[in-house]
Structure formats: structure tokens, C-alpha cells
Ligand binder design. Structure first.
Ligand SMILES: N[C@@H](CCC(=O)N[C@@H](CS)C(=O)NCC(=O)O)C(=O)O
Length: 216
């Protein structure tokens, strides 16, 4: 059965592939699963039909027959569990790949996403510079630890996994901040993720939505 995901009708990131449908598209492309996309407006996300799928009124959602999921991490995990290619067969290696999925979303993403929010919502506040500085300190701390752990390895734990997929999507939000460049092995890691054919297909698909919305 072809799953349907939801994505922004008009993404605030202007097609940079930072919205969380990107990670779901990428996972689907990695495992070769065709999918459909239903685009939703900000208004439609808060209406009953969408709230029935996503209690917090957000994207992405995932529908496959009578299965409905929200939370990008849970969706990527479901895709990875249902298809070969994103989680290793060995039980311990699989557990570690799942650990990296949690690390990406629970340990690395929060300060990075908070920085984006602060830059959008608090720029005029008197505490803006101080808060930004503190968040960037937290981000650098996480990047430093991640960089040390990654070392010269290609991926976080052996072969590319759903853990790498989520980590790369999280780190991409730092493009343009200069912070990734302070850790050359992390920059190279993100570039390796972005060079994957499946990433490129997912990126092009979400980019086409932005292009169509801008020209239509
Ligand atoms: N933890 C959720 C976060 C979902 C989320 O924040 N989605 C954003 C797009 S990336 C959204 O829908 N924002 C609009 C809103 O919250 O109204 C996930 O990973 O799926």
C-alpha cells in the first residue's frame, strides 16, 4: 500500500528542506518505497480533519491503510523497521542505530531548533543576544562531543542507518551559521548524507513544492 505523508503547502524554509517532512521523504527514498504527499496550509493543520491525524496540528503525518502516525522520528522508525536498508540486522548494532535516532532528536536537535525559534521570534527582545549566545554555546558543546565520537568514521556506527539520516537532517539546520564549519568532520558527514541519491530525490521533491507555490 502506498503511504501518504503530509507536508507544508508553503514551507517557511523556502524550499531548503528543513521542514520535518524532509526526513520522512528521505527515509522513504532510501528504502525505495513510493509515496504520495498531501500538502496542507497552516490553517488546515489546525482544523479537525488534520487534528484527527496529528493532535498537535503539525506536519508530517503518515497514513498507510488504517495506520496513522505523527512524529517524524516515529515515522522514520516505522519505515526503517518495515523495510531493509535503514537498520542493521544484528540486534546490538540495531539497538545502537536506534540510540542514535534518539540522540539526534532528543539531545542534538533541541538547542539547534531553539536557536531557529529564537532568531525568528525573539530578535527584538532585550535578552536576544544573551539567549542566542547561550544556545550557540550549547550547540557547540553538542557538536564538539559528536565530532569527537565520529572521528574519521564515515557514519556514526558502521553502515549508514536511520540514526545517520536523522542526525544529518538535524545538523543541516546549521547551514549558514558557520558553526558546522568549526567541525570539519561534521561538515563532511553532512555533505556525505546530502550526496546520497535518496537524499537528492527527497530534496528535489520538496523543493518542487516550493517552486510551484512561488510561481503559481
Ligand atoms: N516533533 C515533531 C515536530 C513537528 C513540527 O514541529 N512540525 C513543524 C514543521 S517542521 C510544524 O508543523 N510547524 C507548524 C506548527 O507547529 O504550527 C516531529 O518531529 O514530527
Amino acid at each position: 500500500m502506498t503511504p501518504t505523508i503530509t507536508a507544508f503547502e508553503r514551507s517557511p524554509d523556502r524550499g531548503r528542506g528543513l521542514a520535518r517532512d524532509m526526513r520522512v521523504r528521505w527515509a522513504l527514498e532510501e528504502v525505495g518505497q513510493p509515496y504520495e504527499v498531501r500538502l496542507v496550509s497552516f490553517q488546515a493543520m489546525k482544523e479537525p480533519a488534520h487534528l484527527a491525524l496529528h493532535p498537535f496540528g503539525q506536519i508530517p503525518t503518515y497514513e498507510e491503510g488504517d495506520l496513522v502516525l505523527f512524529e517524524s522520528g516515529a515515522i522514520v522508525f516505522h519505515i526503517a523497521e518495515s523495510h531493509a536498508g535503514l537498520l542493521p540486522d544484528d540486534a546490538h548494532a540495531r539497538a545502537r542505530a536506534v540510540m542514535w535516532m534518539f540522540a539526534a532528536l532528543d539531545t542534538v536537535e533541541p538547542p539547534i531548533f531553539d536557536r531557529t525559534l529564537v532568531m525568528i521570534l525573539e530578535r527584538k527582545e532585550p535578552w536576544y543576544e544573551q539567549r542566542l549566545h547561550a544556545l550557540e554555546g550549547s550547540i557547540r558543546k553538542r557538536l564538539g562531543s559528536l565530532s569527537t565520537r565520529l572521528g574519521d568514521a564515515e557514519w556514526l556506527d558502521g553502515a549508514f542507518s536511520a540514526g545517520d539520516l536523522l542526525m544529518v537532517t538535524v545538523l543541516r539546520r546549521l547551514h549558514g551559521s558557520g558553526m558546522l564549519d568549526e567541525f570539519p568532520n561534521l561538515s563532511a558527514y553532512v555533505a556525505r548524507g546530502e550526496a546520497r541519491a535518496a537524499f537528492k530525490r527527497a530534496y528535489a521533491a520538496q523543493r518542487a513544492v516550493f517552486t510551484a507555490a512561488s510561481t503559481g
